[in-house]
Write a protein of this length. Structure first.
Lengths: 315, 284
């Protein structure tokens, strides 16, 4: 008891106990509620979900009898889940590659002393203010292919009008395209973000650096290849992390735009988890999907967080 | 040197920029013109045509619903979202500010490690906490209520709000705090008289960020509030758009109405919006 007391108090000559440094105690007390809440609602809940994934809880009445990895074995043998994992890989790689390329291109173009730069920038960033649900609703109609009998609609109609009718496809109604159609909407919404990050990065590179290289006879392309892009690596990494974790857990956009699609061609794990758990009441199976989702995101995020903390401490 | 700064023809640069501007604008254009067409004029096969006669019928129907067709409008849900987003934004900004202050100016042992653990909460797929969340909320009587949703958004907003404030306070010189300490001010006094008054830019960034993400949230809304009358606007919009009896122009009008608050915030406070986005990438 005295030991605990002496951590925060000290005895003055007059024999009265007094807080050694009340501010240090208050500091801890101020953040304590948040820390406790996060400990319970993030870490405790994740622990519970992981535990639930090892039980037989497959209806509304909790059944915590332990079944080991049975749910995971069944999951990986489920066709829908196999398709979901493939879709996640397709979606994430296409979404990241397109958004980064487009964002970088727009940032480089905007960095060339463009007259109405502010207007372009605001337009490119605008979709970010919207909800994935709004984006999904709009793009569902834009990529609605129409029909052979009644005619094309949406983007197909536009392609017809400008004479590019040969590019028409069934978009998300075609199982061969499926999730790739969702990539278009996701890129529309998020590429402005990458543009903003790269533009901020480009503005941080001293003008003299580029000019010196140009004076030395380097071509514009070489300057980007050997000076600008390497200097932007931290931003590329940041963008990959941010878009990557959004992409792995994508849910709202798919729900609003396509749903699981024909033959689960646009289905994703987050949607499968939602269906399994909250519509099918198979809580153990849903928990298993959630844990796999978490592991995928953690594999991306944890190294980055540790790396960020280390470099910060070094600063 | 200044003789050849732009080897690419300016025309090409502008042409590409304009082409992409059109790409970003097209959906907004369709959203607007479809909402403004009258019911006689609405035709899926003419969706790119501008409206001949301006009409607000679609907006009225999306807002109030239709008794004869048997679907609810989104007006009630819109106000649910207001009642949910405003308090949740204020509380999480206040929490984030206090946390950020302590974690940057009153670091105790292990504070950085705890901060990293806190940050992880920002990235987790919420699927991994939904099952116990529903159990706990039902146990304490918050399941299915707006209060429950406010609580959830405040809890899961702690990491990002703390991060933004901590990054902001890191730019406040330590001498400012030290000087106030020498003057005899305590931790709370320094916050009130020194730190809080200069926190407005960070509050703006955090509140815009939280307002936008809470308003735009779908997952927590659909899980925590199953009753249509209690649901926030994005869940209602998804219901509206998923219904086969609702005309597509009404869906578009609903989407525009639901998006209006965050669009306005973006147009009016775009500068802070942008800063919040960049702050979300950890390094600020």
């Amino acid at each position: 008891m005295v030991q605990i007391k002496s951590l925060v108090t000290t005895r003055w000559g007059n024999g009265r106990w007094r807080l050694r440094n009340p501010d240090r105690v208050i500091a801890v007390l101020l953040v304590l509620p948040s820390l406790v809440v996060i400990a319970v609602f993030v870490y405790g809940f994740i622990g519970f979900t992981a535990f639930a994934s090892l039980t037989r809880w497959d209806n509304l009445v909790p059944d915590f009898s332990f079944v080991g990895l049975e749910n995971y074995v069944r999951l990986f043998n489920t066709q829908r889940f196999q398709i979901d994992l493939r879709n996640t890989v397709t979606f994430t790689s296409l979404f990241l590659a397109t958004s980064l390329a487009l964002g970088f291109l727009l940032a480089v173009l905007l960095d060339r002393r463009i007259r109405v730069e502010g207007i372009f920038r605001s337009l490119y960033l605008f979709p970010l203010a919207l909800s994935f649900i709004v984006t999904g609703v709009v793009w569902r109609w834009l990529l609605n292919p129409g029909s052979a009998e009644l005619g094309s609609t949406g983007v197909n109609l536009l392609l017809d009008t400008v004479g590019l009718g040969f590019l028409k496809t069934g978009w998300y109604t075609d199982p061969r395209i499926g999730i790739k159609a969702v990539v278009i909407a996701a890129v529309w919404q998020m590429s402005g973000y990458v543009m903003a990050m790269y533009l901020a990065g480009l503005r941080g590179i001293p003008e003299e650096l580029r000019e010196a290289a140009l004076v030395d006879g380097a071509s514009e392309f070489q300057v980007y290849r050997h000076i600008v892009i390497p200097l932007l690596h931290p931003i590329t990494l940041g963008a990959l992390i941010i878009l990557g974790h959004i992409s792995l857990k994508i849910f709202d956009l798919v729900v609003a735009m396509t749903g699981p699609g024909p033959g689960f061609s646009s289905d994703v794990p987050a949607l499968f988890m939602f269906d399994t758990t909250f519509r099918g009441n198979n809580f153990a199976q849903g928990a298993g999907i959630a844990v796999i989702l978490l592991v995928m995101v953690a594999a991306l995020i944890v190294p980055y967080l540790v790396y960020s903390l280390r470099t910060e401490v070094q600063r | 040197m200044a003789l050849r700064p732009f080897p690419w023809p300016r025309v090409v640069v502008y042409a590409v920029l304009v082409a992409f501007a059109l790409f970003y604008l097209l959906p907004i254009y369709v959203l607007l013109v479809t909402g403004m067409k009258s019911f006689q004029e609405v035709n899926l096969y003419r969706m790119w045509d501008p409206p001949v006669r301006f009409s607000l019928e679609s907006f009225v129907k999306a807002w109030f619903g239709s008794e004869s067709q048997g679907f609810r409008g989104i007006s009630g849900n819109f106000w649910n979202s207001v009642r949910l987003t405003v308090p949740a934004t204020l509380v999480s900004a206040a929490l984030g500010s206090l946390n950020g202050y302590v974690l940057s100016k009153w670091r105790f042992r292990g504070a950085d490690g705890l901060f990293t653990l806190l940050l992880f909460g920002m990235f987790i797929p919420y699927q991994s906490i939904l099952i116990p969340l529903v159990q706990v909320l039902s146990r304490v009587g918050l399941y299915g209520t707006i209060t429950g949703l406010i609580f959830v958004h405040v809890v899961y907003g702690i990491p990002i709000t703390t991060l933004i404030f901590r990054n902001y306070y890191a730019t406040v010189p330590g001498e400012l705090v030290e000087a106030a300490k020498i003057d005899g001010a305590g931790i709370l006094g320094i916050y009130r008289h020194v730190v809080f008054p200069i926190s407005m830019p960070a509050f703006a960034v955090v509140m815009i960020w939280q307002f936008t993400s809470i308003w735009n949230d779908f997952l927590f809304g659909v899980i925590v509030t199953p009753r249509p009358a209690v649901q926030p606007v994005m869940v209602a919009l998804n219901n509206l758009a998923g219904s086969y009896i609702v005309e597509w122009n009404v869906q578009m009008a609903g989407a525009l109405l639901a998006a209006l608050p965050t669009m306005l915030v973006y147009v009016i406070l775009g500068r802070y919006f942008m800063r919040g986005l960049l702050a979300g990438s950890l390094k600020g």
